[in-house]
Design a protein around this ligand. Sequence first.
Ligand code: IPD
Ligand code: CA
Ligand code: CA
Length: 264
Amino acid sequence: MLNVAIKAARRAGNIINRASLNSERIQVTRKQHNDFVTEVDQAAESAIIDTLKDAFPDHGFLAEEGGEIQGTRLEGQPSHVWIIDPLDGTTNFIHSFPHYAVSIALAVDGVTQQAVIYDPNRDELFTATRGAGAYANNRRLRVAGRLRMSEALIGTGFPYREDQDVDAYLEIFAKMTRQCAGLRRPGAAALDLAYVAAGRLDAFFEQGLKPWDMAAGALLITEAGGLVGNYAGEESYLNTGEIMAGNPRLFAQLVTQLRSHSQA
Ligand code: IPD
Ligand code: CA
Ligand code: CA
C-alpha cells in the first residue's frame, strides 16, 4: 500500500514541478479570505485519487479539494480511508517560495497506518508505516534529542483566516518566542511536521489545521520517536485541529506552556 501511495505522491509532485516552471500562468482562486486554491492543487489531487482508486477501488477518500468520497464498501463506512492534501503550502507555491509538499495518509478504522510526504523541490520523500519506522529517502529518521526549550528551534503556523483568534495566538507567540532558540513559520504544516520527524525542527505547534495537514506528518513523528497531541498533550488533535509535537522531553515542557491555551 505504501508503494502505491509513493507512486501517487510522485505523480502529484511531477504535476506541481511542471506547473512551477510557468508559475505566472497558474490560475489562482480564492476559497475564502487568505485561503487560495490553484488548478495545480486540483490536478494533483485527481492524479493521486486516480492512482489510489485503480489499486484500491473500495477505499474511501478524505481529500482537501474534493471533500469526502465514499468507498464502494456496502456495509457502512469504508474501513480504509486515504487522507490527502495534494499541495500543502499553496500560498508558498503561488509565490515560488520553495517549501510545499504532497501529503498522503492511510487510516484503517480511524488509525493512521501509512504516511507519505513528498517535497518536489528537493525530491525528498518522507515515508512511515506504523510499527516499522519513518524514513527520508530510505534513511531512518529520529526526532532531535535537544532537551531544553532554550536550545529548541520550534515551528509554528500563524492564524490567517478570518475565523481564527489572532490575539489568543499572539499570547502563545509572546511566551514561546522568549523561551526558545527560534520560532519559524515555514508555511506548509505537513512538511513542517516531517521536519520534526527528521530532527530539523525540535518541536511544532499550530491550531486551526485539518486532518489532511496533520495525518501523515503525525505518523512520521511517532515513528521517529516523538510525541504528538493537542496543546494539553491529549490525543485528540486530528479532529480538533490543534496540534503540538516534539521529542518526549520537550513535549512535556510544551504541555506545561500551552495547556492553558488549549481550545480543544
Ligand atoms: C496550509 C498550510 C499552512 C497552515 C494552514 C494550512 P494549504 O495548507 O499547511 O502552513 O498554516 O493552516 O491550511 O492550504 O496550503 O494546503
Ligand atoms: Ca494543507
Ligand atoms: Ca492544500
